[in-house]
Design a protein around this ligand. Structure first.
Ligand SMILES: [Zn+2]
Length: 288
């Protein structure tokens, strides 16, 4: 399993990406589905303060605390959330106060990271990664943030591309590290949360794009600040991503309709170079 998630617009949305032990949003019901797998989570990335995206957070913590009290283990946890989002600030303050999780706590290494658009933040994975944020447009009552995960990959300079791995150390000793190796920052995963008109220029070349597609058809949108299926495809193509994962699809649509509309889009955008597409059917557990 690489991805596991659940997404039912207005009710609960979350998606777990196991290679980074990272959870994108934290809608309710999450620990009934992930169960003990939750103890492995190192990063929780919250897009905005609508309840269908964050009310599962408290139960994730309860599961991780329970695991600590029975085993003594607690996997470090960073929780990222938009600064100045009033709902999230109040909710997180309640959790921190009630469970005495304020700074200086010893048992649990939890970092609470308030994020702003256009910044970079430390990110907790086994690889050398960091988090980059960008603003997205959603309803006026919330501050909504999109996220890129970026891997800092060390590569051999082109002139040494043919050097065998066992000889690289010798080469570095001879020529100096910076003359042999360079660092490439690679966007590997992008999450836009709930959004319309997501700023494509902020995530060009991302390997995997997680995007909402609340409406299958433009006529179904009555001024709501959510994307349509076609907008999600258009953004995916313009971003040159390799893989699109669609979530937050409205519950008004049944499985057959979703499948047929997604297939139409795959056909329509085939010549534009789309990409592998997955979609989370509302009310069904998603796993790939
Ligand atoms: Zn929302």
């Amino acid at each position: 399993m690489i991805f596991k998630g659940y997404s039912k617009a207005k009710y609960s949305n979350w998606l777990y990406y196991s290679p980074y032990h990272t959870l994108f949003d934290a809608g309710e019901g999450i620990n009934t589905i992930l169960e003990e797998k939750i103890v492995a989570v190192n990063n929780i990335i919250l897009s905005h303060g609508h309840t269908d995206h964050y009310t599962g957070l408290i139960n994730i913590l309860m599961t991780k605390f329970g695991h600590y009290y029975s085993t003594g283990e607690f996997n470090d946890l960073s929780i990222y959330y938009p600064k100045n989002d009033n709902a999230l600030i109040a909710y997180i303050q309640y959790i921190r106060d009630f469970y005495k999780l304020n700074d200086g706590q010893k048992e649990f290494n939890i970092k609470w990271v308030e994020v702003e658009a256009g910044r970079c933040y430390e990110f907790n994975t086994k690889l050398d990664t960091y988090l980059e944020t960008f603003g997205v447009e959603h309803t006026k009552d919330v501050i909504s943030i999109g996220y890129n995960i970026i891997e800092r990959r060390r590569k051999l300079r082109p002139e040494f591309a043919d050097v065998a791995p066992e000889n690289v150390k010798k080469l570095i000793d001879e020529k100096g590290r910076d003359n042999v190796i360079y660092v490439e920052d690679k966007r590997t995963l992008t999450y836009c949360g709930d959004s319309v008109n997501a700023p494509v220029e902020k995530f060009i070349g991302t390997d995997i794009l997680i995007h909402e597609a609340t409406f299958l058809k433009t006529d179904d949108r009555f001024g709501q600040l959510h994307s349509t299926l076609e907008e999600a495809f258009d953004i995916a193509v313009r971003s040159k991503t390799k893989r699109l994962i669609l979530m937050h699809i409205s519950t008004r649509y049944k499985y057959d309709e979703i499948k047929s509309e997604v297939n139409k889009m795959i056909e329509k955008y085939a010549t534009a170079g789309v990409i592998k597409v997955d979609y989370i059917v509302p009310g069904k557990i998603f796993e790939v």
